[in-house]
Design a protein around this ligand. Structure first.
Ligand SMILES: C[S@@+](CC[C@H](N)C(=O)[O-])C[C@H]1O[C@@H](n2cnc3c(N)ncnc32)[C@H](O)[C@@H]1O
Length: 411
């Protein structure tokens, strides 16, 4: 899988011919940034500008009439895109996407259905930025569509909601989304209308549920779980009063994660229909379950010693979720130690607490297998619930694995 990444903020410039252009510097790389996309045929890129409900398509670089293309061997693509009319001062979203099937606008379908239905179709994740007062915001955005539950099995016919996740612009790969998080978030959001899948992976057994995410990064997994938990409960016939989701990571991740929580708030508060409801939007008086999303720093070196912050310490955790956190074998011991102290802590607050973990990983080295030995030593059971082959072109086969881990008892 590859991602279109902006290497610097998009800017508005004036050419020698006094034409106004959008200046873009981008690359197309893997999540680790360790290899550039090398297609057999040039890949056409599309650019759209959206202000309010008005969308304009920009396809031509300013200096010639050829389409914007990414070719094998490229490491960066610099382009000046002619604006058909001056960029407005109001918020305008610029989206850059792969025109895989000659499309003129980016797909809004969830990545799961968009990219993974045919494992031989490469998925190039689009990127967008907001320009406000003609200046680029300092983050780029990834959009993940959450299907609605309105109309039975046909998720495409309901009200679509989408989550926006801000990432850093530039060469650093630190505050970005990663394959395992993206694939797992897409899988969960696509499956949240399936009682069988939700009962297996995300069983909701009480009217209140507490979920903690470890190593949340920009927050893709925890935010998606917060976005689908009402539907996951409804499809299991469970009426939910409150869902509390706490994202955690090291302090360097805090700013980006908090900004993404703020972005998700409208989606989490939004009124939409739930499985089995005829037209819930019409009944304004009906109580919706309250979904709260918060952030707190939690370094696993502290977590393994039980040194939790006030929010992590305040609750017994029904679920812990994490994606792409197990590739560094040096930190596995602290990570598993943190899972175990979280379980112990939950048990001290609530007798007979069971902790269930949803762990997603894209295995990169055989050494990562050490995780399962450490989990076993500390009394965790594990089972793989889903293996998802990634879409690829001219690249090695890769798979995202989703595990459920469980631990009961006091220790
Ligand atoms: C590859 S990123 C994955 C981020 C996110 N889960 C996702 O799927 O997009 C690994 C995350 O683990 C976090 N991490 C690494 N070591 C950590 C530690 N000792 N304590 C807490 N978080 C840590 C990093 O800050 C980073 O956000």
């Amino acid at each position: 899988m590859h991602y279109i990444r902006l290497l610097r903020p998009v800017s508005v410039e004036t050419t020698n011919r006094r034409e106004e252009v959008l200046s873009v510097l981008l690359t197309i790389t893997t999540d680790l940034g360790d290899s550039f996309f090398g297609p057999d045929e040039p890949l056409a890129l599309g650019v759209t500008l959206k202000a309010g409900s008005r969308a304009t398509v920009l396809a031509c670089p300013a200096d010639n009439k050829s389409p914007l293309q990414w070719r094998a061997g490229m490491r960066v693509l610099k382009a000046q895109l002619r604006l058909r009319e001056p960029l407005p001062k109001e918020k305008t979203t610029v989206c850059i996407f792969a025109r895989s099937h000659g499309s003129r606008t980016p797909s809004t379908r969830p990545y799961w259905r968009h990219g993974f239905e045919d494992e031989h179709t490469e998925l190039i994740v689009p990127v967008s930025v907001d320009m406000v007062d003609r200046k680029c915001a300092p983050v780029s955005l990834r959009t993940l569509a959450l299907p609605s539950q309105a109309n039975g099995d046909d998720a495409s016919s309901g009200d679509e909601r989408s989550l926006e996740l801000g990432e850093d612009i530039g060469e650093s790969i630190a505050r970005h989304i990663w394959d395992a998080g993206l694939v797992t978030a897409s899988f969960l959001s696509d499956s949240c209308r399936s009682a069988a899948v939700m009962t297996d992976i995300l069983p909701v057994q009480h009217d209140c549920i507490n979920i903690l995410e470890l190593g949340c990064g920009v927050g893709i997994l925890g935010t998606t779980v917060a976005g689908i938990i009402r539907d996951a409960a409804a499809v299991q016939g469970q009426s939910l009063v409150e869902a509390y989701v706490l994202l955690t990571d090291v302090d360097e991740a805090e700013e980006r994660a908090r900004a993404n929580i703020a972005r998700a708030e409208t989606v989490l508060e939004g009124k939409h229909r739930y499985a089995g409801e005829e037209d819930a939007d019409e009944d304004e008086s009906e109580e919706k379950p309250h979904v709260q999303l918060q952030y707190e720093n939690l370094d696993w070196d502290d977590g393994r010693r039980g040194a939790f912050g006030p929010l992590s310490a305040a609750r017994a955790w029904d679920f812990v979720v994490l994606s792409d956190c197990t590739y560094n074998v040096d930190s596995l011991s602290a990570l598993v130690g943190t899972l175990s102290t979280l379980h112990k802590h939950s048990h001290s607050l609530q007798d007979a607490a069971e902790t269930r973990v949803i762990l997603a990983t894209k295995p990169r080295h055989a050494s990562e297998e050490a995780l399962f030995g450490l989990l076993g030593e500390q009394g965790w059971s594990h089972r793989v619930v889903k293996r998802i082959p990634l879409p690829r072109v001219n690249a090695e086969a890769e798979v995202v694995e989703i595990y459920v881990l469980e631990k009961t008892g006091k220790k």
